[in-house]
Design a protein around this ligand. Structure first.
Ligand code: G
Ligand code: G
Ligand code: MN
Ligand code: NA
Length: 253
């Protein structure tokens, strides 16, 4: 398709951008950020991932796209390492199933870390539950190998795909991300609070800290905190912004 060839061209010619969204702890201290890709299309303007990630997945362009995201993220980590107020921040990147299973993934990651000089312990890979759903020995071996480099793992969209429960204890996860669909119903829906409590308890049982995504209000933050959630991400604390506009001070702390 035309959009597909435009995307291939756009990746090669530097039309991709990364926006960064703040993550904070219960005391309002900054923990890090999630990197979210955008495409600065020459005619259509700034496109959100929903407009091109599915196409990238189908076409295989997710491989060069993912490599660019990883390079740019590591470059940013290296820049932050030289800035006193930024150097403790972690940076999370989204990795899709197809990227994670690609033969060159671990080699590319290792080489990118090396070439950028980024501290691997500041990098976090966000995996979605579909990777765990079909988790075979290759996935577990790959996760262990990457963990060995110092890179951490976060489970994205936690709670949506409950069938991954049997595999959870086999994953060396540093973080579980409560899906936005639970958070957005907090305050209006009593069941949502019960579900959030259950997800936090599950994390505690596994010894894995939980972060809530999509936090948009003080009410939501208060309910999440009372439910035992220790970290937050969402418009209430900061919208995704380019690196030069990114501030480690939350909008509401
Ligand atoms: O940025 P938004 O704000 O619209 O992100 C929407 C979705 O796109 C999220 O589910 C996120 O996981 C996905 N996404 C964002 N950036 C990347 C990326 O760099 N790589 C992959 N594979 N997915 C991404
Ligand atoms: O990887 P994931 O799909 O979880 O990516 C996060 C997505 O959620 C991005 O599209 C980001 O722009 C979006 N997002 C971040 N904070 C909020 C929020 O507070 N509310 C809503 N509705 N979306 C958010
Ligand atoms: Mn994510
Ligand atoms: Na998510």
């Amino acid at each position: 398709t035309q959009l597909e060839s435009e995307l291939g061209h756009g990746i090669a010619t530097g039309e991709l951008r990364l926006h960064y969204q703040l993550q904070v702890d219960a005391g309002g201290q900054s923990l890090g950020a999630e990197a979210l890709v955008r495409w600065q299309h020459p005619q259509r303007g700034l496109l959100a991932p929903a407009a091109f990630i599915p196409l990238a997945e189908e076409s295989g362009l997710i491989i060069p796209l993912g490599e660019w995201v990883l390079r740019e993220t590591c470059r940013q980590l290296a820049i932050w390492a030289a800035m006193p107020e930024m150097r403790s921040l972690t940076l999370a990147v989204n990795v899709s199933r197809r990227q994670f299973r690609h033969a060159d993934f671990v080699d590319t990651l290792r080489r990118t870390l090396h070439e950028s000089g980024a501290d691997p312990t500041k990098l976090r890979l966000e995996l979605t539950e579909d990777i765990l759903l079909e988790a075979d020995e290759m996935v577990f071996a790959r996760v262990r190998e990457i963990r060995g480099l110092g890179v951490a793992f976060s489970l994205d969209d936690f709670g949506v795909g409950y069938s991954s429960l049997p595999c959870l204890h086999r994953m060396p996860l540093e973080q579980l991300k409560i899906d936005r669909s639970f958070v957005c119903r907090l305050g209006s829906d009593a069941d949502a609070l019960a579900l959030v409590r259950m997800l936090v308890a599950l994390g505690a049982g596994l010894g894995v800290p939980v972060i809530a995504e999509g936090v948009e209000s003080e009410v939501q933050r208060r309910l999440l905190r009372a439910a035992g959630c220790g970290a937050f991400q969402g418009y209430f604390f900061g919208v995704p912004t380019p690196a030069d506009e990114f501030s480690p001070r939350p909008a509401h702390g």
